[in-house]
Design a binder for this molecule. Sequence first.
Ligand code: FMN
Ligand code: SF4
Length: 395
Amino acid sequence: MTTAERVPAADILAPARLGPVTVRNRIIKAATAEGMTPDGLVTDELIDFHRRLAQGGIGVTTLAGCAVAPDAPSATGQIVLRREAVPGLRRLTDAVHAEGAAASVQINHAGPVADVRANGLPAIAPGKLFSLISLRNSRPATAADIERVTQNFVDAALLAVESGFDVVELHMGHNYFVSSFLSPKLNKRTDGFGGALENRARVARDVARRVRDAVQDKAAIIAKLSMDDGVPGGTWLDEALQTAQWLDQDGSLDALEMTVGSSLYNPMYLFKGEAPVADFAAVMPQPVKLGVQMFGKLALKEYPYRDLYLLEQARQFLPVVKTPLILLGGVTDRAGMDTAMAEGFGFVAIGRALLREPDLINQIAANPGKRSLCVHCNRCMPTVYTGTRCVLTTP
Ligand SMILES: Cc1cc2nc3c(=O)[nH]c(=O)nc-3n(C[C@H](O)[C@H](O)[C@H](O)COP(=O)(O)O)c2cc1C
Ligand code: SF4
């Protein structure tokens, strides 16, 4: 289908289908690690965080980065999707549903970005990769590891459905496990998971297919896919377009959220704007603190911010896939949302502007000229270690 053949622009605020689920509008709160689960289980604070977003008018709120296995978390306290977590997750989805929104959960294996010290387990990746965060090398994953992680995604997705989530988001970006296999820079394997893109895309396609087979239409299945990881020699648009087409042809996904960046080697590439080096150093334990103070400016490269900063890249995918696409990156106001709809995107996802004002959507519904108060200073990023919040809002 070409862009020209797409149906007339949808109303961003009208109900829509996301796979088997009807959502009240086309606005998704993008996953922003909450840092509110010190024991790896849902807390009242986490429920309140998502309840406020649901009350604020979004269609779908996303519980960020739940780990699919004990070796999968990228930070201390991340929820590992296991039976013990289900009652708390159920309370969270009930609270979101009571406010009329749908609940999504992002499920992930951090792969080379796994927090080795917190997990007490080695990080696994396509090969031996050095992590600036854990200051250690990952271990090359065996075929048995890959099969185990794929099954971990399936089991986690089933627990998410049991917990009442309407949407399961598979993380295929940011150089975490699945995306590290896609990258020609990080994946130098010579077996059936390396070399040609067809081999490097196997993990992504298998995870999506097997999760879909298990979940069927009990929830929408979406994926966050990197278009470009901002790492020289890494994933770039040409390969991402092909991967998206394969995922589209496989028919396993109900939507694709287009992202960029590498949590391993180029974290600011996703965000654009200022790098909050001093704020990061302040919350890091030694010796990482010293490393951030000395090399933070080098590691956290800055890129200019502008609204809809991923539009030019994301629109390349519109003519080649039928799967609805989610536009992410600097969506902050009604004009940006309308542009996304006019271009043919199915949904928009918003991170920072909703941290700044959880009720932004209600405000926009009442006043289409409403401008976001987020200044994209990125100082909310280091708050993921202490309870995610906008530093400009009063506590
Ligand atoms: C504090 C914070 C935490 C984030 N945590 C995650 C995360 O856990 N998983 C993820 O995929 N993206 C994460 N992101 C990225 C957002 O999902 C989103 O892609 C990014 O902020 C760009 O969208 P925006 O311009 O609307 O903020 C995070 C962003 C922020 C600001
Ligand atoms: S700290 Fe607040 S104003 Fe700054 S980027 Fe985050 S949400 Fe926006």
